[in-house]
Design a protein around this ligand. Structure first.
Ligand code: SF4
Ligand code: SF4
Ligand code: FES
Length: 530
């Protein structure tokens, strides 16, 4: 691989890489505002300037400038190297690039920072970006000058509602145009643009339009400062109180990688942020997916129920025992769920095939919905592929409905709540449901057992491309919920069987040999295991 040097350190690069991108791949950040690895480079902020040492035998590129000389009390002509934007300059073999080690670069960064803050309001105490703002970070790293501007700053519109999800503050905007380019290049809806020039610049929505669609949250995410905020997260939390875990979005079969931010003091999830994964979601998530963090709290099953009446887990399990006493295995149907992770499904399949030995295994999940060619998959379940790999012979839920109507199946053990078909006739059977969220199968349940959601336990999901991904635990279990696989083992005990799994890592050890997870590294599978 060809290499160049950045401050003396060799940096390998792929042909076509810019200097900033090659450094970014090595985990080295050259300060920048307008550059984003997933967008084009307009090179308009000038924060990423670097000095490129001339090759031996070539003439350096120099600029004639005037410099104040306090000794003579006047300006005098001097020359300085012409700095280059590293977000635009292609890396070349043997190139010597100076960043932190160039006094000209250090000075340029400080000057760009001062320029960008000339008219910036002192909003940090009330700004949602505070704590993760590039203006704050770079001022500390590359600024730290005494403010020289004494004039009244230019005032611009604040709190401009761009659409149902996004609010714009023009005074905080550094005009990097990332939001404009995101909407044009990724969302394919060029609804944002810049108007006016110089310090009157501001971002506007096209006349007659609002900023809406399926990817508006991403404009806030790419904004390096607090100019764009989401109606959803605005003024809700200070980011330094939040903790984060690597999660997998549950909104569809794409399985976008996310950071789930939560406040451990209140055991509450606050937002999703996309987690970079070039093979799955690159740097993006859709709006619907970004909002699924709310499902950690909304529509949850938090207590056991028997015939609709709240009770304890122990009492509900006694009812399970009574319901299933003397029922022949041929009369029992077991339903796996594409909403739940591999571990929960493996445990239920183990109970069905190894302990109960019923031949009747079915699968369920949410019905299909909207899709696009950017990220959104029509399959609205996070683990459809995982279930079909785990139980290739599982029958669709309609087959169970038919068996119940025909009286062939009288008792059902189900995971998950959503159904893709009319499942009302299942009410003719005795249904035991283990679920994290309410839905048709929880409404029909004779006995309902609460399962933790994806946010409260570590789980493995297989996305539509067949990639196994682990979503880590953020929150403590809410209400009386337990991980689904643990509820399955309690059900097994209630039915008189001894489940061989008491810990998550035991299930994962079993899963490693199965087709569903054989490609997932063992270390990853063990992450977060209890
Ligand atoms: S709103 Fe944010 S992303 Fe858009 S131009 Fe301004 S600073 Fe950049
Ligand atoms: S595309 Fe699917 S997985 Fe990705 S963020 Fe949207 S809903 Fe979530
Ligand atoms: S990041 Fe290079 S000019 Fe903005």
């Amino acid at each position: 691989m060809p290499t160049f040097k950045l401050d003396g350190k060799p940096i390998p690069f792929e042909p076509g890489d810019t200097i900033i991108k090659a450094a970014w791949r090595q985990g080295i950040e050259i300060p920048h505002y307008c550059w984003h690895p997933g967008l084009s480079a307009p090179a308009n902020c000038r924060m990423c300037l670097v000095e490129i040492a001339p090759k031996p035998g070539t003439r350096p590129m120099l600029l004639d400038v005037l410099e104040w000389d306090p000794k003579i009390g006047d300006y005098r002509p001097v020359q300085k190297p012409k700095l280059q934007p590293s977000c635009y300059m292609a890396a070349a073999e043997g190139m010597e690039v100076l960043g932190d080690t160039s006094e000209h670069v250090v000075r340029a960064r400080r000057d760009v920072q001062e320029f960008l803050l000339l008219n910036h309001p002192v909003d940090c105490p009330i700004c949602d970006q505070s704590g993760e703002c590039k203006l704050q970070d770079y001022w500390l790293e590359h600024g730290q000058y005494q403010k020289r501007m004494r004039d009244e700053p230019v005032h611009k519109p604040k709190g401009v509602v761009f659409g149902p999800t996004i609010v714009y503050d023009a005074e905080r905007c550094v005009m990097c145009t990332r939001c404009v380019r995101f909407m044009e290049e990724v969302a394919k809806d060029p609804v944002l643009d810049m108007r006016e020039r110089g310090n009157l610049n501001e971002i506007v929505v096209s006349p007659g339009r609002v900023l809406d669609g399926h990817y508006t949250f991403m404009t806030e995410h790419v904004c390096p400062v607090g100019a764009l905020t989401t109606q959803d997260f605005r003024f809700k939390a200070r980011v330094w109180f939040l903790r984060t875990v690597p999660a997998v979005c549950q909104g569809c079969a794409t399985g976008c990688n996310a950071h789930l931010d939560y406040d451990p003091r209140y055991n509450k999830a606050y937002r999703y942020r996309p987690r970079d994964n070039e093979k799955v979601n690159k740097f993006w998530m859709c709006d619907e997916g970004m909002l699924t963090y709310k499902e950690a709290h909304e529509g949850r099953v938090l207590e056991a129920k028997v015939r609709g009446k709240a009770t304890s887990n122990a009492r509900a399990l006694e009812e399970v025992k009574k319901l299933f006493e003397g029922v022949p295995k041929e009369g029992i149907g077991v339903v796996l769920s594409a909403e739940h992770d591999l571990e929960d499904n493996w445990a239920l399949l183990e109970l069905a095939r190894v302990l109960i030995e019923t031949p009747h295994v079915f699968e369920t999940g949410k019905p299909e919905g909207y899709e696009d060619t950017i990220l959104i998959h029509r399959d609205k379940n996070p683990n459809t592929k995982g279930v079909s790999q785990l139980a290739p012979g599982a029958k669709p839920l309609q087959a169970l409905v038919d068996d119940v109507v025909a009286g062939r199946i009288t008792h059902v053990l189900a995971l998950g709540a959503a159904v893709p078909v009319d499942a009302e006739p299942l009410g003719q059977a005795k249904v035991v449901t283990i679920a994290s969220h309410v839905g048709v199968l929880t409404e029909l349940a004779t006995v309902l057992l609460p399962s933790t959601s994806w946010a409260e336990h570590s789980g493995t999901y297989v996305n539509a491309k067949g990639m196994r991904q682990v979503s880590e635990k953020a929150l403590e279990p809410q209400g009386a919920s337990k991980p689904g696989w643990r509820q399955v083992s309690d059900v097994a005990s209630a039915l008189g069987y001894e489940a061989q799994w008491t810990k998550l890592r035991q299930i994962r050890a079993q899963l490693i040999g199965s087709a569903a997870v054989e490609a997932l590294p063992a270390a990853r599978l063990d992450a977060g295991a209890e």
